[in-house]
Design a protein around this ligand. Structure first.
Ligand SMILES: *Cc1c(COP(=O)(O)O)cnc(C)c1O
Length: 395
């Protein structure tokens, strides 16, 4: 059976060029970048080159980029180390209600350590308002952390405006750009970003590699203690192969970005249009235009999300109900609740995230299957039956 993968926000299939770039570093080029003989130098120069590539992708200097094990580590580092480095100035941090759990759970950890966190609400499209941020800023606010684009509903935040508000009040600005990096343009200098998290496996690179950008002049603390790797801030022998794969994937994503983003946005809008026209009682979640080019997220009334996902999986379609981390739990997504959906509607939600291998035929097949699935599930739903009866009586 044909498999259609529509969960690229959860992870992406590594592109062959990235795998190929990694291979030597998993075999003959196995040196430790800290060693002085040629094998070590080879690893060190591969690292330096990779650092230059990913730094250029966001208009940063090489020195401002630290390699990590992925987006979660970068988010943990950004929040915890910044909190510790600036706690003499204040203990207040502002973030949003729709962040990834790598931010939200780190914020909770910091709350237990005596920091105060403000969780900004979002509007019905999932946007954080700069006016709300302005009102939340205090003299003791040290850091604002707002994601670049949301992983569930695809909404892109007004990053430059939010960063400006943070700076006007003397705070630093961090963004979790895991879903945006490589997919849409990011310029840390132009946008006023002080810290930024990214992850390789969301951009067709390998799992287990990411980066944290820390602007020159921003204080931080060592996050892993040990050797002198990553300027003494993150100890541990570098994952050279992973980092080289990350750089390769980044370089190619950037070269293709404009064209691929336009292709995906067109497919996305085609999918959204078909669902809105052909499936009644559906609602698009997330902003219609300020939206990641690959994200489609809908709620369907009278539908239970897990049942829908299982039926789709049966037809060879890999999709998700929200974030990969919350699938399998019965709690509705915190993002869908934050945009104001009632529990029962949030439960009937579907996220389709397209990727570089997604075609128009895939979308058509997925939506045809979805229509059948929703008809089936609604036919079995007593709530839907009652609703139809009431509807008939009313008309
Ligand atoms: C996937 C994701 C993360 C976590 O990245 P990992 O590399 O899997 O640790 C963090 N934030 C967002 C927005 C994500 O989508």
């Amino acid at each position: 059976m044909k498999q259609i993968y529509l969960d690229n926000a959860a992870t992406t299939r590594m592109r062959p060029e990235a795998l190929e770039a990694m291979m030597p570093h998993l075999s003959e080029a196995y040196g430790n970048a800290s060693s002085i003989y040629p094998l070590g130098e080879e690893a060190a120069s591969a690292l330096a080159e990779a650092r230059r590539t990913v730094a250029q992708a966001i208009n940063a200097q090489d020195r401002e980029v630290l390699f990590t094990s992925g987006g979660s580590e970068s988010d943990n580092w950004a929040l915890i180390a910044t909190a510790e480095a600036y706690e003499s100035k204040g203990r207040h941090i502002v973030t949003s209600a729709i962040e990834h759990h790598a931010i939200l759970h780190t914020a909770e950890y910091l709350e237990k350590r005596g920091f105060e966190i403000t969780y900004l609400p979002v509007d019905e499209d999932g946007r954080v308002s700069p006016t709300d941020l302005e009102a939340a800023m205090r003299p003791d606010t040290i850091l604002v952390s707002i994601m670049f684009a949301n992983n569930e509903i695809g909404t892109i935040e007004p990053i430059a405006e939010l960063a400006k508000v943070a700076h006007d009040h003397g705070a630093l600005f961090h963004t979790d750009a895991v879903q945006a990096f490589g997919h849409i343009p990011i310029d840390v200098k132009e946008m006023g970003i002080d810290l930024l998290s990214a992850s390789a496996h969301k951009v067709y690179g390998p799992k287990g590699t990411g980066l944290l950008y820390i602007r020159k002049g921003v204080k931080t603390k060592a996050f892993i203690h040990g050797g002198r790797q990553e300027r003494g801030l993150r100890a541990g022998t570098e994952n050279v192969a992973g980092i080289v794969g990350f750089a390769s994937a980044t370089e190619l994503a950037l070269a293709e970005q404009e064209e691929e983003a336009a292709r995906l946005a067109k497919l996305r809008d085609y999918a959204i249009g078909r669902i809105e026209r052909e499936i009644p009682y559906s609602r698009l979640n997330g902003h219609r235009t300020e939206r990641l080019p690959n994200n489609v997220n809908f709620s369907f009334e009278f539908i239970e999300g897990e049942g829908m996902l299982l039926q789709l999986a049966f037809k060879g379609i890999s999709a998700s109900s929200g974030s990969a981390c919350t699938s399998g739990s019965l709690d509705p997504s915190h993002v869908l609740l934050a945009i104001g959906l009632p529990h029962e509607i949030a439960h009937g939600s579907l996220r389709l995230t397209l990727g570089r291998e997604t075609t128009r035929d895939d979308i058509d097949f997925a939506i045809d299957s979805l229509k059948g699935t929703i008809d089936n599930l609604r036919a079995m739903s007593p709530l839907y039956e009652d609703f139809l009866k009431a509807h008939k009586q009313a008309s």
